[in-house]
Design a binder for this molecule. Structure first.
Ligand code: FEO
Length: 399
C-alpha cells in the first residue's frame, strides 16, 4: 500500500509521481525527469484534502490518504485549480468521499462545471475567505490568470504553510520532497524552467500578486506547490528569484536561436556569438529544430537580448522559427532587445519579417544594419558579424 508522507504535524503529502512524464501539458513543455502532482492532507477535527491529481493516478492518491485516515471520511476538498493535472481525479474522489464539501474560486467552479458537467454543491471562496477545520484556519488567496483564471492558494496560519498550487512549482520528481534535500541552484533552476514555460506570460500579475502576498506579512515556514519539491529552506531565495522572473530581469546574456539547412545562417549565428562571447557577455546558441523548447524558454527568461535567425524557406522564415516567434508574442516579454538575421537565396524579406515579428512580440530592436546575406557569408561578412556581435555585447553591458 502506498503511504502518505508527513510534511509537518497533522499534514501529509498524498500526491503522486508521474515518472514517465516527458511532455508536460501536451507537447508544449518537454521535460527530462518526470513530474509530480502534489496533493495534501490535513488531519484535524475535520479532514481536508487540497487538490486531487491526474485521473490515471487517483487510486494511488486515495491509497495514500487512507494510509492515514483509514475509513474516516474526508470533510473538505479544496479545488485550488481546475486544470486536469489537479482535477482529473476529482470525480473518482467524490465517488469515494461523497460528503466532502468542495471549495473553489468563482472561476474554479465555472471551470469544474464546464469540464465535468456535474454540480457538487461547490462553495465559492474569494481572497481572505477562511474556513476552520478545528485547530486550523485555512485562508484562500485567489491568483487569477497565474496561470488559469481560477488558480488560488491556501494559507494555514497555525502552521505557517502556504499551499501555493502551480505557483513556485518545478519538475523535480522523487521522494526527496523538500528543497534542502537538493541544492539551492538546482531548485531555483528548476523553478525558473517551470516559470518560463508555464507562467511567463503573466509576469505583471505575478509581480502584483507577490507584492500583495508580501504586504500581508504572513509568516511562511513552508511553501507547498502542486508540482515538485516543498520549499522550507530556500524560501527567501525563491521569492527573490520569482520577483526577478516576473520583472524579466536580464543578465548580461544573449540567446541566439536559428534554423539553417546549409549552415549559412548557422555561420552568421556563430560569428555573432564569437563577437558577443569574447566581449564579456554570456551567449547561448541553439539550432531550434534540435533543441528543447523548455531549455530555450528558460534561457530567454533571464537574457537581456535574443537574436533570431532563419534561412529562407518558401519565401519566408522557417516554420519552426515562425512558431517560436508566435509563442514569444504570447509571453508579453518586457525590457529585452532583439534582432533577426539570416541568409537567403532569391527572396530577401526573411529578416525583415523576423524583425517585424520581434517588434510585435515586445522586443526593442538593436540599432544595427539589417543582418541579411545573399547565399554564403564571405570571410569579410563573418568578420563584420563578429564586429556586430561586439557592438551588441557593448550595448548589453550598458543596459
Ligand atoms: Fe499544474 Fe495549471 O496545472
Amino acid at each position: 500500500m502506498k503511504q502518505a508522507i508527513p510534511i509537518c504535524e497533522h499534514m501529509y503529502w498524498v500526491g503522486v509521481h508521474d515518472f514517465n512524464c516527458r511532455h508536460f501539458h501536451g507537447n508544449m513543455f518537454p521535460i527530462e525527469d518526470g513530474a509530480t502532482y502534489n496533493s495534501y492532507l490535513i488531519v484535524d477535527e475535520q479532514i481536508t484534502v487540497i487538490d486531487t491529481v491526474e485521473e490515471e493516478f487517483i487510486d494511488i492518491m486515495l491509497e495514500r490518504i487512507q494510509s492515514v485516515i483509514g475509513d474516516r471520511p474526508v470533510d473538505n476538498i479544496i479545488v485550488q485549480h481546475g486544470e486536469p493535472d489537479h482535477s482529473g481525479g476529482f470525480l473518482k474522489f467524490m465517488q469515494v468521499y461523497p460528503n466532502a464539501q468542495p471549495y473553489a474560486s468563482n472561476a474554479g467552479v465555472n471551470i469544474m462545471m464546464k469540464q465535468y458537467f456535474k454540480d457538487f454543491d461547490y462553495k465559492k471562496v474569494k481572497t481572505m475567505d477562511e474556513i476552520c477545520t478545528g485547530g486550523y484556519h485555512l485562508t484562500f488567496i485567489e491568483m487569477p490568470l497565474i496561470h488559469w483564471p481560477d488558480n488560488m492558494m491556501t494559507y494555514v496560519k497555525e502552521a505557517n504553510i502556504l499551499f501555493s498550487n502551480d505557483a513556485f512549482g518545478q519538475h523535480i520528481a522523487g521522494y526527496d520532497l523538500f528543497d534542502d534535500l537538493h541544492s539551492l541552484s538546482k531548485c531555483i533552476e528548476k523553478a525558473k524552467e517551470y516559470y518560463a514555460n508555464i507562467v511567463m506570460p503573466y509576469g505583471e500579475r505575478v509581480e502584483k500578486k507577490l507584492k500583495e502576498i508580501l504586504a500581508l506579512q504572513l509568516p511562511i515556514k513552508m511553501i507547498a506547490p502542486s508540482h515538485g519539491v516543498i520549499w522550507r529552506t530556500y524560501i527567501q531565495e525563491l521569492l527573490d528569484a520569482y520577483m526577478e522572473f516576473a520583472t524579466f530581469a536580464g543578465k548580461d546574456k544573449v540567446v541566439i536561436i536559428y534554423e539553417s539547412i546549409w549552415r549559412h545562417t548557422q555561420k552568421m549565428a556563430e560569428a555573432l556569438a564569437e563577437g558577443i562571447g569574447t566581449n564579456g557577455v554570456s551567449v547561448k546558441v541553439y539550432k531550434e529544430s534540435i533543441t528543447s523548447s523548455t531549455l530555450m524558454m528558460k534561457e530567454i527568461l533571464d537574457a537581456k537580448a535574443v537574436l533570431i535567425g532563419s534561412g529562407c524557406y518558401n519565401n519566408d522564415m522557417a516554420s519552426n522559427i515562425s512558431g517560436l516567434l508566435a509563442k514569444l508574442k504570447t509571453c508579453h516579454i518586457k525590457g529585452k532587445k532583439a534582432l533577426g538575421f539570416g541568409s537567403y537565396g532569391w527572396f530577401g524579406k526573411t529578416v525583415f519579417n523576423i524583425n517585424e515579428k520581434l517588434s510585435e512580440a515586445g522586443f526593442t530592436l538593436f540599432d544595427e544594419e539589417t543582418l541579411s546575406i545573399n547565399y554564403t557569408p564571405s570571410e569579410n561578412d563573418l568578420n563584420r558579424y563578429i564586429e556586430i556581435g561586439e557592438h551588441i555585447a557593448n550595448a548589453i553591458k550598458k543596459q
